[in-house]
Design a protein around this ligand. Sequence first.
Ligand code: BGC
Length: 244
Amino acid sequence: MTRVLGIDIGGSGMKAAVVDTTTGELVSERHRIDTPQPATPDAMAEVVRQLADHFEWDGPAGVGFPGVVQDGIIRTAANLHKDWVDLDGDALFTKASGCDVVMINDADAAGLAEARFGAGEGVGGVVILLTLGTGIGSAVLVDGTLVPNTEFGHLVLDGEDAEDRASSRAKDDRELSYKAWARELSNVLQEMEKLFWPNLFILGGGISKSFHKFSEHLDDVRTPVVPAAGLNRAGIVGAALANS
Ligand code: BGC
């Protein structure tokens, strides 16, 4: 069994658990600490240290981050502090925690987990996963292999970022019914299917628990659409997979 500490960084919470990367199971309880505000690199490194301490962990760790991550370097941080941009995240978190840390985009992490152990298991061809939360994250998998750092949440539709129209935050901010919000989401999915012709869409993020409340309003999307199987666990599991 390979055990890796998985950490999922979100706008409001940083969640961690020890993961068995051969089965995708959590082998510890989950521990959550509020994301510090402002979410500066140093303040967040301190939380990563506290999470590693909580599990008395000094082994490998994977961290899902809500921005573009290229070879450990953070390139964007739309919903966090701008000091993250161009910073070596792997080096910062490794130094702070004493663990060997590998960072990965948060949606890419969820995509890896869903492709290996969840709704995309055994699905060939092109699979697109979207996480619908504060922003919209995306992962593209081709026969199970990740194409990293796609940023479909920033696809511009009628002059607006997709994530400002169809994230779960947009639903709350604009006080949209499930039906009205599903129409926005459907526009985003249709735009993507026009460009990529995927075999399957997987929808993740907390709102995917309510899939039954909005799925019937996605009927003008021709690609099959399914909810993520791991719900909010996929981010932690996939982060761990990034360092296994
Ligand atoms: C970021 C993505 C991230 C997504 C979900 C977007 O604003 O640009 O990198 O995956 O939010 O957190």
